[in-house]
Structures are given as structure tokens and as C-alpha cells.
Design a protein around this ligand. Structure first.
Ligand code: PLP
Length: 415
């Protein structure tokens, strides 16, 4: 039996991790052109517009609105969907704050749908379970590059007449039944923050196929000004408030160049993720992420789970052993599911008040507790995550497989 590195043995990872440059001459050229326009305003320049054109063509969508972040993209979609005070919006309990911020800034109430512990994604069933007469929309989070079963979700959404916003911040080039996610719901939202598959520093995009949705969203990202139908925006009426979430031309320039890289990045991550799964799928108590045969994941990160009884070791000890082997893994998806954040438990989303939970427009009684989401709790307690990256080499993945197999074999021998 090979001695584990955590007990003084040799590390399984012996070579440095592959690295590479995310930005190059293409980004520089676009930035130069953007500056030479003598304006960095999206409505006068060409870069944000060209980025949107390229992205919507790639996705086969009719319209794209650029925003200042992924959080902004989701807020814009919520605003365009008409989400307002008194509404409930269903969302996943394991996600980035960006999935929830817009809901609360619209003074609406987030309601959590449980996750399938094999795919880490909400299901049509878990969504339907929490629908009430106040439900206006659902934010479907395609976590970690895997995707939701959109046909079933759209069926439930139509049945109850609720809007569907796809949160694709972690799911560029993720395919559901051969078609990219972000094009099934009413809106598909993407992030260009620096941790995502592609980066423009920060930024976001909203896809939609509906012309009315596009105009409402475009205005909602720009103070509700109607730049399309008025010569001077200050001449037009404003019926309700919207934030300023505009993207500038420098961001658009980098985003435009980055979109050319996204197919390669995602297909590479898909190869590496699949290679990793294939290398560990037979291990007792090691549960690989389930990607259904009709789907394709772009593995924004790679998350697997430990069944402690079958593996003969706790999730935490397994993760610590891997770190000692030279594999920088993390536990779960952070330490909390979203409903355990203080601002939900204490109803303190707004400092010093209980808004919007005590709104006179609401009158519902949402509960935030672990009992509502046993699937998400199971994932939180049993998951190990790894930031897979397009610059990783086959050798990196093979050494990671070797490390997982080594730790697994050690604890199997102790059973
Ligand atoms: C990153 C992320 C967001 C927010 O995007 P930002 O650009 O950081 O605002 C929203 N949802 C999910 C699932 C994310 O991963």
C-alpha cells in the first residue's frame, strides 16, 4: 500500500500544473480600435454592439443586451420579466450571490428549489413543489457547466405561466439535447467576470428571442432610457426606475475577442472533465457528477461526491488527503447553502428593516430551512470541488486521477 502524502509519503502530483495566457494580441487590437473611436459609450461605438452580434449569432438567438456584470444581467432579465415587490422568484440554493441579488433589489422574495444530488441542478419537480400563486419567475442555475432538464422545466413554467431566466454564468457552451443552454427560457444570462470561462474583467450578457423582451431589457440596463425611439433620451417619459448597468466599449472590445476563444475553452474543459470522470468512476464511494447522455458539460469547475460509508473515509479527510497529494481541492460549494445566509435567516436583506419580507404587497410566508432542500444539503456535506482549467494537461488530469485512486485505495484497505 502506497503511503499517503498526508502521512509522510510521496506526493501523487509531481509536475507543475499547466498554465497559459487568457488574453493576447486579439484583445489588444480590439482595445486599440475601441480607444480610437474617440468614444467609449456603447450606443455610439461599435464594440459592445459587435460583441452582442457575435454572441447572439453563435447562440442562434435574436437579441442580446450587454451589461456591466452577470449579476446585472440577471437583474435586467428579472426587471424585464416584470418581477416586482410582492412576487416570489424561485432560485437554486447553491449558487453565486449574483443569482439572488436582483430578486431582492426588485423587492421580490427568493424561494429555493432543491437540487438533484447527482447533477447538482434543480429539477422540474423541485421547482413545481415550491410554486405558489405569487411565483412570477424562476432563475434556473446551470451549475458548474452542467445543465438543467429544460424541456421539463419549460413545461412546468408554461403550466403555471411563470417566466424562465437561465443563469448561464457557469455554463457557456453547455448543451442540452444538442442545443446551447441560454436559449430555452425567456432570458439567458451570462457573466464575463474574471473567474468565468471567458473574462472581460467584468461584464454580462442577456439573450432573448422576443423583441419586446429585448427593448424592455435594454432599457432596464440603461436607466430605463429609450435610446432606440427618442432622439434625446431626456425628452422621453420614464414609467418606473431601472439601474445603470451599461457595458462600456473597453469591456465590449475585450468581450468581442474573448468570444472567439469560448468554443475552444469549453470543448477543452469538456474533454478534461470527461477524462477525470472516466478515471475515477469505478471507485467505491466516489460519485462522479452525472452528465446525462443527451447533455454536454463545459465543466466550469469539477465537483464529485464522497459516500463516506462506501469510501471508508470522511469527505473532509478525503479532501485533506488530496490537498496533501498536491491536488488543490475545496469542500462543498462554500460552507453554506444560500438559505442559511444571515440575511435570509434574519430577514435582513436591507439594513435595519425586514423589507421586502414584511411588505404589504407580499403577505406570503416563505421559510428558509435546511429541511426544504435535503438534496442541496447532501451535496454541501459530501462534495469535493476542483477548479478545472483549459490549460491543464492530460498529465495533470492523469496525476489527479492517480491521487484520487491512491487515497481511495488506502481507505478501502483500512475498511
Ligand atoms: C458568477 C456568477 C454570477 C454573477 O456574475 P458576476 O459577473 O460576478 O456578477 C451569477 N450566477 C452564477 C451562477 C455565477 O457563477
Amino acid at each position: 500500500m502506497e503511503q499517503l502524502a498526508i502521512f509522510g509519503g510521496e506526493k501523487a502530483k509531481t509536475t507543475p500544473w499547466g498554465t497559459g495566457k487568457r488574453f493576447g494580441d486579439e484583445e489588444l487590437q480590439q482595445l486599440k480600435e475601441a480607444l480610437e473611436q474617440n468614444t467609449l459609450f456603447y450606443f455610439r461605438g461599435t464594440k459592445v454592439n459587435a460583441m452582442c452580434d457575435k454572441f447572439k449569432k453563435m447562440y442562434g438567438a435574436n437579441y442580446c443586451v450587454a451589461t456591466s456584470s452577470g449579476t446585472a444581467a440577471i437583474h435586467v432579465a428579472l426587471g424585464a420579466a416584470g418581477v416586482t415587490e410582492g412576487d416570489e422568484v424561485i432560485v437554486a440554493p447553491m449558487t453565486d450571490m449574483g443569482s439572488m441579488i436582483g430578486i431582492l433589489f426588485q423587492n421580490a422574495i427568493p424561494v429555493f428549489a432543491d437540487l438533484d444530488p447527482r447533477t447538482y441542478i434543480m429539477t422540474a419537480e423541485s421547482i413545481e413543489k415550491v410554486i405558489t400563486d405569487k411565483t412570477k419567475a424562476v432563475v434556473v442555475v446551470h451549475l458548474a457547466g452542467n445543465c438543467a432538464e429544460m424541456d421539463e422545466i419549460m413545461e412546468v413554467a408554461r403550466k403555471y405561466n411563470i417566466k424562465v431566466i437561465e443563469d448561464c454564468a457557469q455554463a457557456y457552451e453547455t448543451f442540452y439535447k444538442g442545443k446551447r443552454v441560454g436559449t430555452f427560457g425567456d432570458f439567458g444570462c451570462f457573466s464575463l467576470n474574471d473567474f468565468k470561462h471567458i473574462s472581460a474583467g467584468d461584464g454580462g450578457m442577456v439573450l432573448t428571442n422576443d423583441e419586446q423582451n429585448f427593448y424592455t431589457a435594454a432599457k432596464f440596463a440603461d436607466k430605463n432610457y429609450d435610446r432606440w425611439n427618442s432622439r434625446n433620451v431626456h425628452d422621453g417619459q420614464i414609467d418606473f426606475i431601472a439601474p445603470n448597468y451599461r457595458m462600456n466599449e473597453l469591456t465590449g472590445a475585450v468581450g468581442l475577442a474573448q468570444i472567439d476563444r469560448v468554443e475552444w475553452i469549453c470543448s477543452r474543459r469538456n474533454e478534461l472533465g470527461e477524462r477525470l470522470s472516466a478515471g475515477i468512476r469505478d471507485l467505491p464511494g466516489v460519485l462522479i457528477p452525472e452528465i446525462k447522455p443527451h447533455n454536454k458539460s463545459s465543466y466550469w469547475f469539477y465537483m464529485f461526491r464522497i459516500d463516506e460509508a462506501a469510501a471508508g473515509v470522511s469527505r473532509n479527510d478525503f479532501a485533506d488527503a488530496l490537498v496533501a497529494e498536491g491536488i488543490p481541492v475545496g469542500r462543498g460549494y462554500g460552507l453554506f447553502c444560500a438559505y442559511d445566509y444571515n440575511f435570509f435567516r434574519n430577514r435582513s436583506a436591507y439594513q435595519g428593516t425586514h423589507a421586502p419580507f414584511d411588505s404589504k404587497y407580499y403577505g406570503g410566508n416563505v421559510t428558509y430551512s435546511k429541511e426544504n432542500c435535503p438534496g442541496a444539503e447532501l451535496i454541501l456535506k459530501s462534495a469535493i470541488s476542483f477548479n478545472i482549467n483549459e490549460f491543464h494537461t492530460e498529465q495533470d488530469i492523469d496525476e489527479m486521477i492517480a491521487a484520487i485512486r491512491k487515497v481511495s485505495a488506502y481507505y478501502q484497505s483500512k475498511k
